[in-house]
Design a protein around this ligand. Structure first.
Ligand SMILES: Nc1ccn([C@H]2C[C@H](O)[C@@H](COP(=O)(O)OP(=O)(O)OP(=O)(O)O)O2)c(=O)n1
Length: 151
């Protein structure tokens, strides 16, 4: 498994499995590349080669991304609840899902670029906010919205 170079900024919030003294369960993980910057650059090359910059304005990209989210939803819509790893899905369905999720990511990255949001940095900052809104010590095993917790 590839070692991640990015750690949670607040290491005091240890994952639940480690807090219990149990080893963390084996998790699915991604390949280290391409990075979000790689995806941004590859998509910029793709649009430049086609003279499509004129069509890829923030609003267009947002609508394109939402359309692709709809295509992801279509793959799930008439199935019952599905277990992690989608064991009951065919290879064809898995391939379609990987295509549609990729379309969502490609448009998301390009939308962030066109809005001048530095997505890798922004996601770390937002995760820090999430950790402070939902301290593991307070919400462990509970999935309520942060506004529902009493101090
Ligand atoms: N004007 C466009 C058209 C396509 N793409 C790229 C980004 C997406 O990754 C993918 C989207 O292609 P389609 O619009 O053809 O959508 P699908 O690939 O989902 O095809 P379909 O709608 O037939 O499932 O191609 C793009 O950047 N700009």
């Amino acid at each position: 498994m590839a070692e991640s170079s990015v750690k949670a900024q607040e290491v005091s919030e240890a994952p639940a499995a480690q807090q219990n003294g149990l080893p963390a369960p084996e998790r699915f993980s991604f390949s280290p590349t391409p990075t979000l910057e790689d995806i941004r650059r590859l998509q910029a090359e793709f649009t430049d080669e086609r003279n499509w910059e004129q069509y890829h304005q923030p609003r267009n990209l947002l609508l394109a991304m939402v359309g692709e989210v709809g295509e992801v939803s279509e793959l799930f819509q008439w199935k019952g609840e599905v277990a992690e790893g989608l064991p009951s899905w065919t290879e064809r369905e898995r391939e379609q899902l990987s295509h549609e999720l990729s379309d969502v990511l490609i448009y998301l990255v390009e939308l962030a670029e066109k809005c001048h949001v530095d997505l890798p940095k922004a996601v770390l900052a937002k995760m820090a906010i999430n950790r402070s809104k939902y301290p593991a010590s307070k919400v462990h095993g509970l999935a309520k919205k942060y506004t529902e917790y009493q101090d």
